[in-house]
Each structure stands twice: as C-alpha cells, then as structure tokens.
Design a protein. Structure first.
Length: 253
C-alpha cells in the first residue's frame, strides 16, 4: 500500500472508482429491497450523516498531519542552508590550508544536498546517500584534525558548526521519511467506502451526476493528502530554494 499512496494520481483514480462502485452497490441493494419504510429512511439518513461527519473529521485530521510534515520538511531545508552557511564562514577560524579544503568540500556537499531535494528516482537517491555519507566523513575528519592540532575556544566554534551541519542533514532525512501512517489511510478508505455505500442505499434517484459528486469530492481529498504526503512524486514539493540561494551566494564571493 505504501507504493500506492506514493502515486497521488493513482490514489485519485482508484479511490474514485472504488467509491463509485460502493455507491452503485448500495443503490443495487436498495433496488433489490424495492422499498424502505419512512422510519427506516430517517434512521438511514441519521447514520449517513454521522458517517459523513466522521469521514470529514478523519480527512481533516489527516490533512492537518500531512501539512505539518510538509512544513517540517521546509523548515529543515532552511535549517540546513543556515548551518552550512554558518560553517562556511566559521571555516575561516581554522588554519588557511584546512579552511580552503573544508570550504571546497562544503560547496560539493551543498550541491549534493540540492540534488537530494530535487531527486525522484530511487537509484539516484542511493547514489546521493553514498556520496553524502562520504562527504560528511571527509568534512568531520578535516575539522576534527584541525581541532586536534590546535585546540582552542575559537577552533571549537568551527567544530561545533560542522556538528550542526551533520545534525541538520539527519533531521531533514527523518522529516522526509515521516509519512502519514498506513493505518490512517486504511481508516479513511473503510469509512469512505461505507459512507458511499450508505449514500447509494439511501438515494432515491439514479442520476449519474448525483452519484458522481460524493466519490469525486472524497477522491480529490485523498489525492490532495497523498500529493502533500509524497515528498518526491507529488506536485506539491519542497524546493531547495534556500540551499540554491546559498550556493549562488557562496560561489559569487
């Protein structure tokens, strides 16, 4: 199911068709029963209203969760740019040879972080992860060696800044892995199918337009949630604007 919700357009089509079938199934059951008494119709309307209300609450709760995760990814991208820019400046506190090497490596590392935010293919992500890990080891070895040779409070600032660079990458990675739980998707799907079945069961008309409205509205809600929750395959994505701006700024110096 994880691969399904990674494709928002697939979620849109599958949910629309599934909900439409559930609605038609409810209408078929009603036609088979021939008639529903007035009291039963009122009870059915109450149950349908309660179910649709519950569906709306679950969709709203899920939407709030994915929006918070999207904001978190944006904040960590900004944090990465800030920590890299700070460490690039603090590198001047190190000996000239070490400072030049660290700054050059930081620029390469910055490019890799931009690639991470822009990548979509899994194979490309594996290459980026390997390259990022290698660069992190190289950066930490360089700054720690400089700190060991001449330990001081000033050098400690550069070491601390490098620690922030590495930590910010870990936070960003965790935010991209933090997705809407599959249990929430399952709950929404079950309630949506049930509510559409009840709608078809309680409907007194068989017009196609009437039957399309509810499945389309719910499936579009599912599409929006899946799109925001998919960091790489969705239309709404976190762009590395701060990292790109930082890269342009540092290379123009």
């Amino acid at each position: 199911m994880a691969s399904i919700v990674d494709n928002p357009f697939f979620v849109l089509v599958v949910s629309f068709l599934g909900l439409l079938v559930a609605e038609k199934a409810g209408a078929a059951v009603r036609a088979r029963l021939r008639i529903i008494a007035t009291g039963e119709q009122q009870d059915l309307n109450i149950v349908l209203t309660a179910t649709l209300t519950l569906l709306g609450l679950v969709i709203g709760f899920s939407f709030s969760m994915v929006v918070n995760r999207y904001d978190q990814r944006k904040n960590y991208e900004e944090g990465e740019a800030s920590s890299i820019g700070t460490e690039y400046t603090r590198a001047s506190l190190l000996p000239a040879a070490d400072a030049a090497h660290i700054r050059e490596t930081l620029l390469i590392y910055l490019d890799e972080r931009v690639r991470f935010y822009e990548a979509r293919a899994a194979r490309q992500l594996q290459q980026i992860a390997a390259s990022t890990s290698r660069l992190q080891s190289e950066l930490w070895s360089a700054v720690s060696a400089a700190g060991t040779k001449s330990p001081s409070a000033v050098i400690a600032l550069a070491v601390s800044g490098m620690n922030d660079v590495l930590t910010s990458e870990g936070y960003a990675q965790a935010a991209w892995l933090n997705r809407l739980p599959l249990m929430a998707w399952g709950l929404m799907a079950v309630i949506a199918l049930y509510s559409n079945f009840l709608f078809g069961l309680g409907s007194r008309h068989s017009r196609l337009l009437l039957f399309v409205v509810l499945p389309l509205a719910v499936s579009m809600s599912f599409f929006l949630i899946a799109d925001i929750d998919s960091p790489r395959s969705g239309l709404i994505r976190v762009l590395p604007q701060n990292l790109l701006r930082l890269s342009e700024s540092l290379r123009s110096q």
